[in-house]
Design a binder for this molecule. Structure first.
Ligand code: ZN
Length: 351
């Protein structure tokens, strides 16, 4: 069969849809996830006690600072909770959630269909493999071709026997330094992008130079940068010159940790995280330089503490609050619509 059956459509977990129907879209989320792979031991006795507690109001202050050092916080496997959080996004005017939970962090196709149906939002599901520590044991012995075939199958036929198809390839995980297996994983993802016309989304390693290195590799492999998203740019690239170089390649630049005010996260000692104010300032700079057609925004919700029911900002923070702040900081409504509606629609539409 042809692997290009979805051309001109956006592929959601409930099937292909007309791109015009997406509405406000956040392009990097996790409705369900097990991110235990990033867990960091707090390194002292008090911390270890807190690491094993359930997320509660009386430890939430500690968890907000040490969110990758609490085990319960890193697992969100409650379908009903995810449905309620997605429904809040819908009530705030949201239309489409892109769930880029890839293999290794507990992708759950059937549950995503249920959430989409009950919360009445579009959900687009990811494909491919997360970072090396989350790879299955046999990954090193797999060939690029076999991984490519698996991704193509997920996009064209569906995951396993579920019939639920992936509408985006990613997030494809890379570390810094980049491992051989992760390079293989990206090569397979690029081959699958070429075969299917699906968008590709990369999680770069924690270094300012990681995104450019990956972009060069994708080009070498014959990938289409205008059909590719670089995630986490807000928590990777701080140098203006490097940011401009990255943007000039034609790739989509994703500012995807909106709402996460966590300057020094435990699992990432070599990076810091900006505030929403700084994210908006960086986006304004990129708009000024002419890249407004290549910018995307999201929350990358991947822990309990960021959900509304755990005192967090939820999936609706961007439509309810960030959009207002963008306006207040000087973005026009037309520019905001590009970031929230038009750019996601373009990148998600299959070639
Ligand atoms: Zn993510």
């Amino acid at each position: 069969m042809s692997t290009r059956t979805t051309s001109g459509k956006v592929l959601t977990v409930r099937g292909p849809v007309d791109p015009k129907t997406l509405g406000v879209t956040v392009t990097h989320e996790h409705l369900l996830i097990d991110l235990s792979v990033v867990f960091v031991d707090p390194g002292n006795e008090d911390g270890r006690k807190l690491a094993d507690e359930k997320v509660r109001l009386d430890n939430l202050g500690w968890i907000r600072v040490n969110w990758s050092s609490n085990r319960d916080n890193l697992v969100q496997d409650d379908v009903d909770l995810a449905t309620r959080e997605a429904a809040r996004f819908k009530s705030a005017g949201g239309g489409t959630l892109v769930d880029v939970t890839s293999i290794g962090i507990h992708r759950n196709p059937r549950a995503l269909v249920e959430i989409s149906r009950k919360a009445r939002v579009n959900v687009v599901m990811g494909a491919g493999y997360y970072v090396a520590p989350a790879h299955p044991k046999d990954f090193s012995s797999r060939s690029v071709d076999s991984i490519t075939d698996e991704i193509v199958r997920d996009v064209t036929l569906g995951v396993g026997d579920t019939g639920v198809r992936s509408g985006i390839i990613g997030e494809i995980g890379c570390s810094w330094p980049w491992t051989e297996d992760e390079r293989k994983s990206v090569a397979a993802a690029v081959a699958a992008q070429r075969a299917t016309g699906a968008p590709l989304l990369i999680h770069p390693g924690r270094d300012q130079n990681a995104p450019i290195q990956i972009v060069k590799f994708i080009e070498q492999e014959g990938g289409d940068l205008s059909r590719t998203v670089m995630s986490h740019v807000d928590i990777r690239v701080y140098d203006r010159a490097i940011l401009r170089e990255l943007a000039s390649t034609g790739i989509y630049i994703e500012y995807d940790t909106f709402g996460l005010e966590s300057p020094y996260p435990p699992h990432a000692p070599n990076t810091f995280m900006p505030s929403d104010y700084q994210r908006i300032q960086q986006l304004l700079g990129l708009i000024e330089d002419g890249y407004e057609d290549r910018l995307l925004v999201a929350h990358d919700n991947c822990t309990k503490h960021r959900l509304r029911e755990f005192g967090g900002h939820g999936f609706d923070h961007i439509p309810t609050t960030v959009a207002v702040w963008m306006r207040r900081t000087g973005m026009s409504q037309a520019q905001i619509d590009k970031l929230l509606i038009e750019n996601p629609r373009r990148i998600l539409t299959f070639a």
